[in-house]
Design a protein around this ligand. Structure first.
Ligand code: NCD
Length: 351
């Protein structure tokens, strides 16, 4: 019964499904990057900046820790994670929320045969927010759909990475980092941004494309092995929004002509039969000899974890923004959580 209702829901086009994840014209669940419009981003980034400013003083930090004291969060992370888990957990704590976690489905009742739907409904009995990372595409969406349409108790769900599909909060922190990087250079509008690596299975770059499309004049250089090229659903969406993109099979081709380079690793955990081993991924590495060819304003990003995609010789270069990205993650996520609880206006009472 439930499965067949989910089947018919999930087969509808995205624009028909999105209203289920909204309440009164505001985001309720955060599942897809496509849920954000430009004014949502501007609002979220303004909240992020206020949080960062307030956190510079002890009274400001104490104030932040009072904002969600009455709320509890559940981190359901059954796929490996370092940055996303820790930044969400610390974002919760920064706002005074208590958090609990499941990091392995072997320690939950799923091993006793409980359905994932029932597991999520149980979490909603204990907490006010559920943050989910899952190896299955669509799991976060299904969990939010179950709570919103099949259950008498619903709490917001944030997608912290769903299989090969989406990682909307990573895209938020990536765009926030780009905005900071280009704040004295006309902002993100009109910039040429290279997305490099396994674009087919990289959920961060898939989500990022949807957010970059909100900035007029952005052009995306898709740099990927042909086996792992960006998928048609994203390309079609860019095309429909009038976003220009080019395709390339090595980083060398674009190194001197882009404003930002966003490197990613090979997502070999999703191999069906060892297909990653056949790829010469070196064409997608930022090497020592690339550094002199980078223009003085070109920034370099990576969602991490990094393998050999970026030479460590670049790590202390001011154009290396990957550390900044990780730091920004906690603040952007805190801003998002505050927004989901509709308490961003409480910041006006700050000391
Ligand atoms: C990414 C992820 O999990 O998708 N990591 C992250 O959240 N920062 C990227 C990756 O694993 O390659």
């Amino acid at each position: 019964m439930l499965q067949s209702r989910w089947q018919s829901f999930s087969q509808q086009p995205l624009d028909k499904r999105l209203p289920v994840f909204e309440r009164h014209g505001r985001l309720y669940d955060v599942i897809f990057a496509q849920q954000f419009n430009r004014s949502d981003l501007d609002q979220l980034f303004a909240i992020t900046q206020r949080l960062q400013t307030l956190a510079q003083s002890k009274p400001g930090l104490d104030f932040l820790a009072s904002l969600l004291l009455d709320k509890r969060a559940m981190l359901f992370f059954v796929q490996p994670s370092t940055r996303t888990f820790l930044s969400f957990q610390n974002a919760c704590h920064l706002l005074g929320m208590k958090s609990s976690e499941i990091r392995n489905s072997f320690t939950s009742s799923e091993v006793k045969g409980e359905s994932q739907e029932d597991t999520v409904r149980m979490f909603a009995s204990y907490v006010d927010l559920i943050i989910v990372r899952h190896f299955e595409e669509g799991f976060a969406e299904k969990a939010a759909w179950v709570l919103n349409t099949e259950s008498d108790q619903s709490v917001p769900i944030i997608n912290g990475g769903s299989g090969k599909d989406q990682h909307p909060t990573q895209a938020l922190l990536d765009v926030y980092t780009l905005q900071q990087a280009f704040q004295n250079a006309g902002g993100i509008n009109g910039k040429r941004i290279a997305l490099v690596g396994d674009l087919k299975r990289g959920r961060t770059v898939r989500s990022l494309c949807h957010l970059l499309a909100l900035y007029p004049g952005v052009e995306i250089a898709m740099v990927a092995p042909k086996e792992f090229a960006m998928q048609q659903d994203v390309l079609l969406s860019l095309h429909q929004q009038g976003v220009r993109y080019t395709t390339h099979d090595k980083l060398d081709d674009v190194i001197s002509s882009v404003d930002a380079i966003y490197c990613t690793r090979l997502q070999d955990e999703y191999d069906a039969a060892g297909e990653s081993a056949a790829i010469d991924y070196k064409n997608f590495y930022l090497r020592d000899d690339h550094i002199p060819r980078l223009s003085s304003h070109t920034v370099v990003m990576h969602p991490f974890p990094r393998r050999a995609e970026i030479t460590t010789a670049f790590d202390r270069d001011p154009r290396a923004l990957y550390w900044q990205q990780a730091r920004n993650g906690m603040w952007v996520r805190a801003a998002l959580i505050l927004y989901l609880f509709q308490r961003e206006t409480w910041l006006d009472r700050a000391p």
